[in-house]
Design a protein around this ligand. Structure first.
Ligand code: ADP
Length: 260
């Protein structure tokens, strides 16, 4: 991160009952809202609110790849582009892509690629544009969760959905799904992404310090968080198809009533 945000080191992130500044328990996720099919011009799209973080993901493709020399003869090229809006953080962020945004674009691409049947689309490109509208910590994980939903919404064949969530260490205790203040004032952050049905981990990064035992505890907690998020992803996709079915049968009924 290029701009240093000063969080006083004495800030207490846990009260005497181990409740966090936003009232959550140590193993509690922030509240999550998911939506799919939110953009009509994209082939697939999704929106996520996780606590105060708000992120949109749009998928285009499989489509012709430009420049063509990047095309791979045996599979599609998955390209995720992560960007933060200038107004997404407290102090205006420069619109020029930062090193962090370039790094996160790569990390997100690598976390999603194992789930996509890229071999079905040789020479093509699958583009995922991720726009962080409001950032409050954990945006790489929320981006992966939303992008995976957007890929499913675009009808791209997937081995599994990818669900992501971080765990970390605040005031010496392992906690789930850190927000920005906890990320900055805590001792460690461990973002994890999994393909739950395949039992595969596609992202694991760590920032800060943990002992071996703490690392294992945090990893297991992050995986539990991912599993809960996966259930929400499944539910929102199932809901989309129930809505489509309802609309289709309503249309059919109308046609029959009109004697069609
Ligand atoms: P992640 O969002 O995946 O946790 P980081 O650990 O790099 O990624 O960033 C943590 C948080 O720091 C972000 O979610 C965001 O709230 C904040 N942040 C990131 N970049 C900036 C920036 N340029 N200016 C202000 N805040 C930022």
């Amino acid at each position: 991160m290029e701009e240093d945000i000063h969080i006083p080191s004495h800030i207490k992130l846990l009260n005497d009952e181990n409740l966090r500044l936003d009232g959550r328990k140590l193993d509690e996720l922030r509240s999550i809202k998911l939506e799919v099919g939110v953009l009509s011009r994209a082939d697939g799209s999704a929106y996520i609110e996780q606590g105060k973080s708000k992120i949109l993901a749009a998928v285009y493709g499989p489509r012709e790849l430009h420049p063509r020399h990047l095309a791979q003869p045996d599979e599609a090229l998955l390209q995720c582009i992560y960007r933060m809006a200038t107004f997404s953080v407290e102090e205006r962020k420069s619109p020029a892509p930062s090193r962090r945004e370039t790094e996160l674009s790569k990390v997100i691409t690598e976390a999603l690629a194992p789930a996509v049947f890229l071999k079905y689309f040789p020479r093509a490109s699958i583009d995922v544009y991720i726009q962080v509208i409001q950032a409050d910590g954990g945006t790489r994980c929320s981006s992966i969760t939303a992008a995976s939903l957007a890929l499913a919404d675009a009808g791209i064949p997937l081995r599994d959905l990818v669900a992501a969530c971080a765990a970390g260490k605040i005031d010496g205790k392992i906690a789930l799904d850190l927000n920005d203040v906890e990320d900055k004032g805590g001792q460690a952050d461990l973002p994890v992404a999994i393909m739950p049905r395949k039992n595969l981990t596609t992202l694991i990064q760590m920032d800060g310090f943990m002992t071996n035992e703490e690392f294992v505890q945090a990893y297991e907690l992050a995986v539990k968080g991912c599993q809960k998020i996966y259930e929400m992803q499944r539910e929102i996709l199932i809901q989309k198809y129930i809505n489509i079915q309802d609309e289709a049968s309503e249309e059919e009924e109308e046609t029959q009533n009109n004697g069609g």
